[in-house]
Design a protein around this ligand. Structure first.
Ligand SMILES: Cc1cc2nc3c(=O)[nH]c(=O)nc-3n(C[C@H](O)[C@H](O)[C@H](O)COP(=O)(O)OP(=O)(O)OC[C@H]3O[C@@H](n4cnc5c(N)ncnc54)[C@H](O)[C@@H]3O)c2cc1C
Length: 469
């Protein structure tokens, strides 16, 4: 069993720490932010200071895949979330039978267990702190890596970290779960390691999001999917814990005219103009309109031409890759990645560091990379579509994957089988390519969904008039 140091105690770093500790490893989590997890949902929302995570109070939604994995792997976290008032909801409940075809035994897989990000992370944090074999040290930032002499000097090897106080901590394995702003390439270059291959680009989207609360703990009914595409904007409606929810406008960062929606009055006017969404404004606002732009799509490869850039350190969660978050996949992919780390360490111990680095690269490529690539492809198409809508021209592409995915989304309300296929994809329970390659699914989607079925809402010109009013 290994001594593991985790850089970063966010959602993924803590999940990994619990999973590894349950396998008998000893894990020390080093977290830059000093404040311990809040004791209650309201304290988490109102006062938990988490400067290390930019998006901490932005809209979040935890997909069915997150619940599915957590129920098997982290049941204590699920119990804590339930006790804290996290929302369990199934999109098929209350759906007209003509649409759903009636409830089926395995429809429970679509149930979410979700909440506001600080509330979910506080629950995860409290359970982590109670987990035997995990020590969480808060207010400790990692500034450097400690080099060792393994691999006969051929590949730089990491034997620990140096903290901002100059303390040297040694371990059999360092896991970087430092999130979007992880400094791993800089830390690696500090020990003479070559750069990982990094793909990095502004995702091109901007978010204008706001949270609400109902007086009676209820949640507005959903009259469409959680992410609804409209002419030049998408709208998020995300139910959360304890009678709260979030509403977000997502648009192109190039859309100068919609920047006025950072003003709460303009934002409210705009949201109110969409008939399937307007009722989500019927609550007490519990936040300002929070704006987040310059969100990067970033992906790192640490094994280049078959050779690890370094050993003894592995990248996990957003440190490895992150995308524009409108499809809400980051936490679920992070949890999947944390389970893959636990499984990889069952097969390859840290005392064979080259084999471990290579096995981790292979596991990452197999388990999570496909979801990253799918998300990137979806985002690129949607951004190009939004930019075309702003320019007033049709969006044209001959990418069959996008056209089929659109057809499936258009047809989901018309056929119970297609509906479940669509839900599997948006729940991260299956990839689009797998759903669409099932017998008859693609043909039926094209038959029923070739024509777009736009949600009712203002045209681009009407939207601009509403903004300018
Ligand atoms: C606007 C926005 C909305 C999102 N919405 C969703 C959503 O709806 N659903 C979803 O699943 N995902 C969503 N995501 C993605 C999700 O937030 C991330 O995927 C998730 O937080 C990744 O977890 P992590 O543990 O890898 O990183 P983080 O949660 O970022 O945690 C990293 C931690 O590392 C610490 N740290 C960093 N460097 C150091 C260091 N040197 N020393 C010590 N500590 C360090 C930080 O303080 C932080 O606590 C969203 C992201 C954004 C930007």
């Amino acid at each position: 069993m290994a001594d593991v140091l985790t850089i970063g105690g966010g959602l993924t770093g803590q999940a990994a720490a619990m999973l590894l500790a349950r396998d008998g490893h000893h894990v020390t989590v080093l977290e830059r932010d000093p404040a311990p997890p809040a004791a209650s949902p309201e304290e988490a929302w109102a006062g938990w200071e988490r400067r290390g995570v930019n998006q901490f109070r932005m809209l979040h939604y935890f997909l069915p895949r997150f619940r599915e994995i957590a129920e098997v792997e982290l049941p204590d976290v699920v119990a804590e979330l339930d006790a804290d008032g996290a929302l369990r909801q199934n999109p098929l409940d209350g759906m007209p039978v003509e649409m759903s075809g009636g409830l089926r035994d395995d429809d429970r897989r679509f149930t979410v267990l979700t909440g506001r990000r600080p509330v979910v992370e506080a629950a995860v944090g409290r359970v982590t702190e109670r987990t035997q074999g995990v020590e969480v040290r808060r207010g400790v930032a990692v500034q450097g890596l400690l080099p060792g002499n393994e691999n006969a000097g051929r590949i730089p090897h990491v034997v620990g970290v140096v903290t901002d106080d100059g303390e040297e901590l040694r371990a059999d394995l360092v896991v970087d779960a430092g999130g979007r702003r992880s400094a791993l390439p800089r830390l690696l270059s500090g020990i003479g390691a070559p750069d990982p291959v990094e793909e990095r680009d502004d995702c091109g989207f901007v978010y204008y999001g706001r949270h609400f609360r109902s007086p009676d703990g209820s949640i507005p009914p959903a009259f469409g999917p959680g992410l609804m595409p409209y002419d030049s904007v998408s709208i998020l409606t995300l139910p959360a814990d304890n009678g709260t929810w979030g509403v977000g406008l997502v648009t192109s960062a190039r859309d100068a005219e919609l920047r006025a929606t950072r003003d709460p009055e303009v934002w409210t006017r705009v949201v109110a103009a969409y008939p399937l969404v307007a009722h989500w404004l019927d609550g007490e606002p519990i936040s300002d309109v929070e704006v987040m732009a310059k969100i990067e799509d970033r992906h790192r490869t640490f094994v280049v031409d078959g050779v690890p850039v370094a050993t003894g350190v592995l990248a996990l969660g957003d440190s490895w890759a992150c995308t524009n978050p409108s499809v809400g996949r980051g936490a679920s992919i992070g949890l999947l990645h944390a389970c893959a780390l636990r499984d990889t360490l069952r097969d390859v111990p840290p005392d064979d560091p080259v084999a471990l680095a290579t096995a981790w690269h292979a596991a990452t490529t197999e388990v999570v990379e496909p979801y990253f690539r799918d998300t990137l492809a979806f985002d690129r198409h949607r951004l190009a579509e939004i930019d075309a809508q702003i320019a007033g021209v049709p969006y044209e592409t001959d990418d069959p994957a996008w056209l089929l995915a659109q057809a499936l989304a258009n047809a989901a309300g018309k056929d119970p089988e297609l509906l479940r296929g669509y839900l599997e994809i948006v729940s991260l329970l299956a990839r689009g390519v797998d759903v669409l390659s099932r017998p008859g699914i693609a043909d039926r989607a094209l038959e029923l969904g070739a024509e777009p079925a736009p949600f009712p809402g203002p045209s681009r010109a009407e939207l601009l008039a509403i903004v300018a009013t």
